[in-house]
Design a protein around this ligand. Structure first.
Ligand SMILES: [Zn+2]
Length: 56
């Protein structure tokens, strides 16, 4: 029972990058349209070259 709760909690906390869909440490950004996305560092770098990203 304890394990089930621990696992469930972990799943909830692990968020996936909106671009590469990998569970990584994410930073959240809003773009010009106000769309908020969680991006990992490499994706932030790639998207940041094409779009303006505002850390939130
Ligand atoms: Zn990513």
């Amino acid at each position: 029972m304890r394990n089930w709760f621990a696992k469930n909690k972990e799943d909830k906390l692990a968020q996936k990058c909106s671009r590469c869909k990998q569970a990584k440490k994410l930073i959240f950004y809003a773009n010009n349209f106000g769309v908020v996305r969680g991006l990992c560092k490499p994706c932030r770098k790639e998207i940041g070259d094409k779009e303006e990203l505002f850390p939130i």
